[in-house]
Design a protein around this ligand. Structure first.
Ligand code: ZN
Length: 363
């Protein structure tokens, strides 16, 4: 075992647009670069692990050196550092690829027995064009190789190539190709993608949140009953500042809860005349705006409507259709259950209707 794993973690993250280097940004509860470090340690394949970083780090199981201005400067520093340490092969890996697997490391190592350079690649899934001066040309995508890391090399050979190199290179594979050296390309791992922009990270870090909502209103004569935004023929309606729609009020509270945005009373104070007699479906607009502005989507909503009458089975479809329209989500994400209370209490005497809701959201 005389191989070294070099983890390049000194990039300036120009495309990441953050005041922190992306290598230190949290991904799955750990700094980005620690994921590959962990994999390298778990593989037990390396005599030495070398982290190239511009931040002071302290690891028992790895050496840390300061990086250079560009990626190839960092690699050069790493190779110089390893010079007299009897290293046979180096595995050079970008810290921005956190999903490296031991399996890929082992497959690369196997090929190093008969090759001096092994690089993982993916086939292009997109059509590819390239531009020469002002002319855009087609490229046969079956002949396109998208290279990944770790890129693995015989230490001495790479060291010597770096010594004579004067150009800026984006990866070690290009240095090899420039010098007409042979590389063994093996199929990489789709999951071993690179996190380049903040959007990549936000997408990968999407989280699920839950919110609960509850509401109850008294039933009174001479008022129209609204449930889930639907006008329901009934002997009474729900008393309240608004139309008293318990389903919509509970949904609003559930959504606000999942977004950690307080409650419906904060959004629509009942002492404000502005909201008097408001139709509850109009109260949804600011909540939906919050969802939209924060890039949050609804996974599902489960509703318990608690009343003796009206019978939920008779109004279920109408209410689900209405909610699907109001919330702009698919009907199959909404469930409505009816629950009677054995004629107990004011709900049992048809003097009130209650509703409870759970919402799940993804950001
Ligand atoms: Zn209410």
């Amino acid at each position: 075992m005389s191989d070294c794993f070099i983890l390049l973690s000194a990039g300036k993250s120009k495309r990441f647009k953050s005041k922190y280097n992306k290598q230190f940004i949290t991904y799955k509860n750990k700094p980005l670069f620690e994921h590959s470090l962990r994999t390298a340690l778990d593989s037990k394949m390396f005599k030495k692990i070398l982290i190239v970083s511009n931040k002071k780090l302290n690891f028992k199981n790895a050496d840390v050196i300061k990086g250079g201005k560009e990626r190839h400067n960092s690699t050069q520093k790493a190779l110089n550092y390893l010079r007299n340490k009897k290293i046979k092969n180096v595995f050079i890996h970008d810290a921005a690829r956190p999903n490296l697997t031991v399996n890929l490391l082992k497959r690369l190592k196997k090929e190093l027995k008969n090759n001096k350079a092994v690089v993982p690649y993916l086939k292009s899934e997109n059509s590819v064009k390239y531009k020469i001066k002002n002319k855009v040309n087609n490229l046969d995508r079956d002949k396109v190789l998208i290279t990944q890391t770790p890129q693995c090399f015989n230490f001495i050979e790479l060291f010597n190539l770096y010594k004579i190199n004067k150009e800026k290179i984006t990866d070690e594979a290009s240095l090899y190709l420039q010098n007409n050296k042979k590389i063994k390309f093996i199929l990489g791992d789709k999951n071993n993608f690179k996190i380049t922009t903040k959007d990549d990270l936000n997408y990968l870090n999407s989280k699920i949140y839950y919110g609960i909502g509850f509401d109850i209103h008294k039933l009174i004569k001479n008022k129209q009953l609204f449930l889930g935004g639907v006008k329901i023929p009934f002997h009474s309606g729900l008393k309240g500042h608004s139309d008293g729609d318990v389903i919509l009020h509970a949904i609003i509270d559930g959504l606000l809860g999942a977004m950690r945005k307080s409650d419906i009373g904060t959004l629509f104070p009942s002492n404000s005349n502005k909201f008097k007699n408001i139709r509850s479906k109009n109260m949804l607009a600011p909540v939906l705006r919050l969802l939209n502005d924060n890039n949050i989507s609804i996974n599902n909503i489960d509703i318990n409507l608690i009343c003796e009458n009206p019978k939920v089975s008779k109004i279920r479809n109408k209410i689900i259709n209405s909610l699907s329209n109001l919330l702009s989500i698919n009907k199959n994400l909404i469930n409505l259950k009816g629950k009677t209370v054995e004629k107990l209490g004011i709900i049992g005497k048809e003097q009130a209707i209650a509703c409870e809701v759970i919402c799940s959201l993804t950001k």
